[in-house]
Design a protein around this ligand. Structure first.
Ligand SMILES: Cc1ncc(COP(=O)(O)O)c(C=O)c1O
Ligand SMILES: N[C@@H](CCOP(=O)(O)O)C(=O)O
Length: 418
């Protein structure tokens, strides 16, 4: 395993942990898979699913050989993350008018979002390097996940969070796990810029997605999806895009599986952004090579309220190589799709629902064919953002709590709607 610069290829030393190369590029973990036997690995992964209470029962660490083969088992900090449900919903499938639809519920992770797949690896790696203080800047999911794993590892957690446009639930979750939460005026982009500059000086281990071990962990989402589907992936995988860590990990995971012979063809990937925070979609749809940051991003899907996504060049290269697509959806479209996902019983937070809204749009634009199969990655739990639910469901009168005396007559009246 090597750590190299994604842009210039220069190798970095693991012990001297930095997040960007001297050329400014992000780093990447490179594995040497030679000598690995795909069939043996598949059998090992299947067997590990039944190993309760071992670190390999985790939906991330069951793929340890492909994620961090060198890490000592005793350094692993796990909450048996991953192993999330892959669902079909006839309601959503028929509403979208697509042949086959799968929904991968990363919302079922222990802290309620896909971040746990990456965070277990980042915290374990940082602990192995001897760090005591773990930090991130966050719109709330990264910080909740960080705080949970740091508490498990009995380490200190510090989270920098924008004072505005984030969900209170996520801040409370982060505080409840015992993290120090520091609010600042600005967005996630300002927080990342700050940490890239001063993180080293502060002596903290940064758990944002500029950390390549977060990306390694998040690859397991697509390994798991492929394993659940007997190593036959759908035609399309649709994913929301904010910092673009998840699409980067998805692309890397797919590439690993193709290289190892686990899968025979590369599915197409579509990234969906919110209209008010869509610099990546703007770049890709205009055929540009460089990202122009959005100065003041704004969307109801606060998890994607990012104007300058760090992983944009990795995401660009993957989508360009594999014929992927991007689109943007409005906040109204996101909330309409969210109602559909919530009522299907699966439920998700607004950023995740952008995938379903995106499938709608991409079918209408004839980029996804109605005869194709699609999997949407639902990244966060419905309860992550009850501010939005209160506004959208209760204030807008889309749903209401009824009141009645506990008598058969009054209940019958309400049940029958008269
Ligand atoms: C729930 C949720 N969905 C989607 C995203 C966007 O993912 P990424 O930043 O990896 O593009 C985030 C935040 O990163 C998130 O918390
Ligand atoms: N939605 C994210 C923002 C992206 O963070 P990163 O950890 O992937 O850099 C959050 O939850 O903070």
């Amino acid at each position: 395993m090597k750590i190299v610069c994604y842009e210039c290829g220069k190798e970095q030393k693991d012990g001297n942990f930095v997040y960007r190369c001297s050329c400014g590029g992000l780093l990447e973990v490179i594995h040497d898979f030679t000598g690995l036997d795909a069939e043996k690995l598949k059998r090992l992964f299947a067997q590990r699913l039944s190993e309760r209470m071992s670190v390999y029962a985790s939906g991330v660490w069951s793929y340890k050989e492909l994620i961090h083969p060198e890490l000592a088992e005793s350094d692993i900090v796990t909450k048996y993350e991953g192993n999330t449900g892959l669902y079909r919903s006839e309601q959503i499938r028929s509403a979208l008018g697509i042949r086959e639809l799968w929904l991968k519920a990363q919302s079922e992770n222990p802290s309620g979002s896909f971040k746990d797949n990456g965070m277990t690896v980042a915290i374990s790696h940082g602990r192995a390097l001897g760090f005591e203080r773990f930090t991130c800047t966050s719109t709330g999911n990264t910080s909740s996940s960080l705080a949970m794993y740091a508490a498990l590892a009995e380490k200190e957690a510090i989270a920098l969070v924008p004072r505005k446009q984030i969900s209170l639930n996520k801040v409370l979750q982060t505080l409840a796990y015992g993290a120090k939460v520091i609010g600042f005026d600005g967005t996630y982009d300002d927080g990342i810029r700050f940490y890239e500059r001063y993180g080293r000086e502060l002596g903290v281990y940064i758990c944002n997605s500029i950390n390549p071990f977060r990306i390694e962990g998040q690859k397991s989402i697509v390994y798991e999806m492929a394993q659940s589907l007997n190593w036959e992936l759908p035609d399309w995988i649709v994913i929301p895009g904010g910092a673009l860590s998840n699409v980067t990990a998805l692309g890397k995971g797919l590439q690993d599986m193709l290289e190892l012979g686990f899968i025979r063809r590369m599915p197409k990937v579509a990234v969906v952004q919110a209209e008010g925070a869509s610099p990546f979609h703007m770049m890709m749809s205009q055929g540009k090579r460089n990202l122009e940051p959005v100065e003041r991003p704004s969307t109801i899907a606060s998890a994607m309220n990012i104007g300058n996504p760090p992983s944009w060049s990795k995401a660009r290269d993957f989508l360009s190589r594999t014929g992927g697509e991007t689109c943007s959806v409005t906040d109204e479209e996101i909330m309409e799709a969210k109602a559909l996902v919530d009522r299907s019983g699966i439920g998700c937070e607004p950023a995740s629902a952008a995938t379903v809204a995106g499938v709608w749009k991409l079918i209408a634009e004839k980029k996804i064919g109605a005869e194709e199969s699609v999997a949407c990655i639902l990244t966060g739990n419905l309860l992550k953002d009850t501010d939005v639910l209160r506004e959208y469901l209760l204030k807008d009168g889309r749903a209401q709590m009824l009141a009645a005396d506990l008598t058969v007559e009054s209940l019958e009246r309400l049940i029958r709607g008269s």
